[in-house]
Design a binder for this molecule. Structure first.
Ligand SMILES: Cc1cc2nc3c(=O)[nH]c(=O)nc-3n(C[C@H](O)[C@H](O)[C@H](O)COP(=O)(O)OP(=O)(O)OC[C@H]3O[C@@H](n4cnc5c(N)ncnc54)[C@H](O)[C@@H]3O)c2cc1C
Length: 385
């Protein structure tokens, strides 16, 4: 039985780890990713705000030595979901079971003026480059703005506004600065009224302007003005954008997508092609695009695949549940617990923020790197640059 997993992000790493734990050398797994390592989404914020150095948050795939798993660093060029076969820069690969975990591609170039007049912090390169930009920023009008939906990690723009407040305060330039957050949502985290209330209170206490239910449609780089979907214009000195997200082109051209993303059975993550599953940001399963959901979906697919191999009936289905950490700044973190069930309104609650939950978040990252890569990582011990 050959299992082929496309994408070594949150979903792909969790899936291959679970199958390797269960079958060891008795399974043949090929894990393909074009990158040379994994970076947590939240580590992007750590690096850009000067709380960690880039090399310390990069987890090389060469450390990934797991029984039954072969990692191949190459770019997937085409996917045939009927034959469960892919073409890559390293040749063709065939499989009995195919899992697509290729995430969402980011397109800063799709927003007029963003590349010329602003910055984005969702790609690894964009976030890491912002470290120097933020360190040199001397105060002024800051906008954190979302350019389209859906977008990964819906709390991340709010976290960025709060961490920006901390950074400007620590450098003594908050008084001569403003921070505005432009979001397409009515409240910061719609499924959790408690988290939304806490964030809106935190924004009000810190003087962060909240602009709900609108998108950034473009930047006029010459005038240094952001253009909003409601026709407003907002002048800025520093623009931090959340770029357009799309399923990778190779996924769209494979015929797996409908309306831009891969539809899956919400209980099993099976696509309409027999023996082909999809997990994480590349799907339209109905959960937010976040690592914790990709991870939960990967666990269910691992169980489905293990049941197929063992000739047993699967006993677990996907419950749409995830817990996300939420940075409030000042080294305090909250935890938001949310559930998305098909046909029901999502619901959720929040605990914190507190220093204890900041320690929990560190443990979350540490435990994943330990399980996925088999090595120790202490995010709190990474040198601060
Ligand atoms: C600033 C920020 C903060 C975040 N904070 C959090 C957080 O606190 N908690 C949380 O749960 N989530 C967070 N996220 C979201 C999280 O990073 C993603 O939702 C998660 O990584 C999705 O997992 P995935 O497996 O679906 O895709 P990914 O992790 O994106 O993995 C997809 C992989 O596919 C590879 N790939 C793509 N195309 C090809 C190709 N053609 N050939 C070969 N390989 C390819 C990519 O290199 C990538 O490694 C954050 C995101 C950002 C941007």
């Amino acid at each position: 039985m050959r299992v082929m997993v496309l994408g070594g992000g949150f979903g792909g790493l969790e899936l291959t780890t679970r199958l390797s734990e269960e079958f060891g050398d008795d399974i043949d797994i090929v894990l393909i990713d074009k990158g040379d390592g994994f970076v947590f989404g939240f580590s992007k914020l750590e690096v850009m705000f000067g709380r960690a150095l880039a090399p310390t948050v990069h987890h090389p795939y060469r450390d990934l030595v797991k029984p039954g798993v072969r990692f191949v660093q190459t770019t997937v060029r085409s996917i045939d979901p009927v034959a469960k076969r892919v073409e890559t820069d390293a040749g063709a690969f065939e499989s009995d079971i195919l899992v697509v975990a290729l995430g969402a591609d980011l397109h800063p170039d799709a927003t007029p003026g963003l590349l010329e007049g602003g910055n984005e912090f969702y790609t690894v390169a964009g976030a890491f480059a912002l470290r120097d930009v933020l360190a040199e920023f001397d105060g002024g009008r800051v906008i954190v703005g979302v350019t389209s939906t859906p977008f990964k990690c819906p709390p991340a723009p709010s976290e960025t506004a709060l961490l920006m407040h901390d950074m400007l305060t620590a450098r003594g330039i908050r008084d001569r600065s403003s921070i505005a957050l432009v979001m397409p949502l009515g409240v910061p985290i719609p499924p959790s009224p408690a988290a939304s209330r806490a964030l809106l209170t935190a924004f009000a206490e810190r003087g962060i302007e909240w602009h709900p239910e609108r998108l950034i449609t473009g930047l006029d780089a010459e005038r240094k003005v952001a253009l909003l979907s409601n026709g407003d214009e907002m002048p800025y000195d520093l623009f931090l954008g959340i770029p357009v997200h799309r399923a990778p082109d190779v996924v769209v051209s494979s015929g797996l997508t409908v309306d831009g993303w891969i539809p899956v059975d919400p209980l099993t993550l099976a696509t309409r092609f027999p023996g082909v599953y999809a997990v994480g940001d590349v799907t339209s399963v109905g959960t937010p695009k976040a690592g914790v959901f990709a991870e939960g979906q990967a666990a269910v697919v691992a169980h489905q695949i293990a049941s197929t191999i063992n000739g047993a009936e699967p006993t677990t289905t996907y419950d749409g549940h995830g817990t996300c950490y939420l940075e409030f700044g000042d080294h305090e973190v909250a935890i938001v617990d949310v559930t998305f069930l098909s046909g029901q309104a999502p619901f959720g609650d929040m605990a914190g923020p507190s220093a204890e939950l900041a320690a929990d978040k560190i443990e979350f990252g540490r435990s994943r790197i330990q399980r996925w890569f088999g090595r120790e990582w202490d995010p709190a011990a990474t040198p601060i640059g």
